[in-house]
Design a protein around this ligand. Structure first.
Ligand code: CMC
Length: 427
């Protein structure tokens, strides 16, 4: 039997379809000739079983709970790498040397300010404007501020665009928060590291610099590393889809931010904290909550994943990090982590969750870290977006360089068959 081909028999005709094999042995049936040969299309709502591209960036094995960026296990990156180093790995393909990392850090520092005209955009939003809408709008406006980077051709142009996005996203995010609080913007400080600078812009006030502890900086960097990429999820696929029309990098990233916003994706971390706070306020017990989930009145937020059918490795790492940060901040009595652990233990011993292979995902413990850092819930999806920036950029680059086709799925039409137009008097 030819292991490189699949045979499909339909209406008495047998078609040979090539098989594609990935580095880790996953196999896919190449159906690109299917419609031409048979008139049939495939039907796969939610693209749950569709491979949309070949990619060299991130590997996930959902059955075994494996996640690797460019071949490096997430556990090793969590232990040894910083967010900027991980971002360089994802975007440029390799871990940087010391001079490469230093040069990139200098580029980030050079790009950390926003064009002063851009600050007027913040004034255009109401005081309680949604930080995600501000972030996507301001990133989208980069296309107007940097017209020379709309058609990226050279490595230098790409590096400059990368530095602008990775550096300015933290300034925009912090400014969006300051705007919502009615506080003056704190300008970035080029002498600080990436994470320290972000916390400074969030929490310093005039004449009183905020000095984050090492533990806070480490926890934030780890949070960002955990979110840096996760292959073809909803927002990444959105970035690649927009890119496939040859739209520019800034427009594609802005679209990714919008896709991330929903409660089933990047909005889940905020939903988890709301759930834990509701239980803590005595509005529901853990048992009541689980029963409601089983009656399908609500979902257990931060649980379940399209790909992971075992433990999400990021959840394990973040659970440990949440405990460590609470300990370092002398906040070990935080009731929310107790409730989260009780929810986890109750769900993991309940047949409803066992039968459906539902485990904690990246969002289950991440909110506890953000809360301990003093970051308000409205900013949680924004924090996810800052972390996911390197992944989106890496996928945009891969898609744009693959020279592939515009993304354009088909459908099975279920609407009315052809009918005759009736004038308004006849209806
Ligand atoms: N609580 C209760 N039941 C669930 C949950 C949950 N969190 N997740 C899945 N299920 C059930 C679902 O009801 C279905 O049961 P049945 O087959 O009896 O109808 C079964 O499990 C399969 O669920 P699905 O909705 O078909 O699975 P999916 O792959 O389409 O959805 C998911 C994946 C992440 C959207 C979903 O698990 C979910 O809604 N989780 C809660 C939201 C969340 O935590 N999102 C963050 C995901 S990880 C980070 C990210 O990508 O942003």
């Amino acid at each position: 039997m030819d292991t490189k081909k699949a045979l499909l028999t339909i209406d008495g005709k047998t078609l040979e379809l090539p098989l594609l094999e990935g580095t880790e042995g996953e196999r896919a049936i190449d159906i690109t000739s299917l419609r031409r040969e048979t008139g049939l299309i495939t039907y796969d709502p939610g693209f749950a079983n569709t491979g949309s591209c070949r990619s060299k960036i991130t590997f996930v094995d959902g059955e075994k709970g494996i996640l690797r960026y460019r071949g490096y296990p997430i556990e090793e990156l969590a232990e040894h790498s910083s967010f900027i180093e991980t971002a360089m790995l994802l975007i440029f393909g390799e871990l940087p040397t010391q001079p490469e990392r230093a040069a990139f850090r200098d580029m980030l520092s050079a790009q950390e300010l926003l064009h002063e005209d851009l600050l007027h955009h913040f004034e255009g939003f109401p005081p309680y404007g949604q930080p995600m809408s501000i972030l996507s709008a301001v990133i989208n406006s980069f296309a107007s501020y940097y017209p020379d980077l709309l058609d990226i051709q050279t490595d230098e142009e790409f590096r400059l665009a990368v530095a602008k996005i990775i550096s300015k996203v933290r300034t925009i995010s912090a400014f969006a928060y300051r705007k919502s609080m009615g506080r003056p913007f704190m300008y970035p400080d080029p002498n600080r590291s990436y994470c320290s600078n972000f916390l400074h812009m969030m929490f310093s006030i005039p004449y009183k610099e905020f000095e984050p502890t090492r533990a806070q900086i480490k926890a934030l960097s780890l949070f960002l590393v955990m979110h840096a990429d996760h292959e073809q999820n909803c927002s990444c696929s959105t970035v690649r889809m927009v890119c496939s029309s040859q739209a520019n990098l800034f427009a594609s990233i802005a679209a990714g931010i919008c896709a991330l916003w929903g409660r089933l994706h990047g909005g889940a971390n905020a939903a988890v904290i709301e759930m834990l706070e509701n239980i803590n306020a005595g509005r529901l017990t853990v048992k009541d909550y689980i029963e409601k989930v089983k009656r399908r009145e609500m979902r257990l937020m931060g649980f379940g994943h399209r790909v992971y059918k075992s433990f999400d490795p990021r959840a394990k790492i973040l659970k440990k990090a949440a405990h460590k940060l609470l300990h370092d901040q002398d906040m070990t009595g935080d009731p929310l982590i107790e409730i989260a652990q009780e929810l986890e233990a109750t769900a993991m011993s309940d047949d409803f969750f066992i039968e459906r292979s539902l485990y904690p995902n990246v969002d289950f413990y991440s909110g506890i870290i953000l809360r301990t850092l003093g970051i308000p819930v409205s900013m949680y999806p924004v924090m996810f977006a800052i972390g996911r920036m390197p992944g989106w950029i890496a996928h945009w680059y891969e898609e744009s360089r693959a020279g592939g086709k515009i993304h354009r799925p088909r459908q099975v039409y279920m609407g009315p068959a052809e009918r005759k137009y009736r004038s308004i008097e006849e209806r």
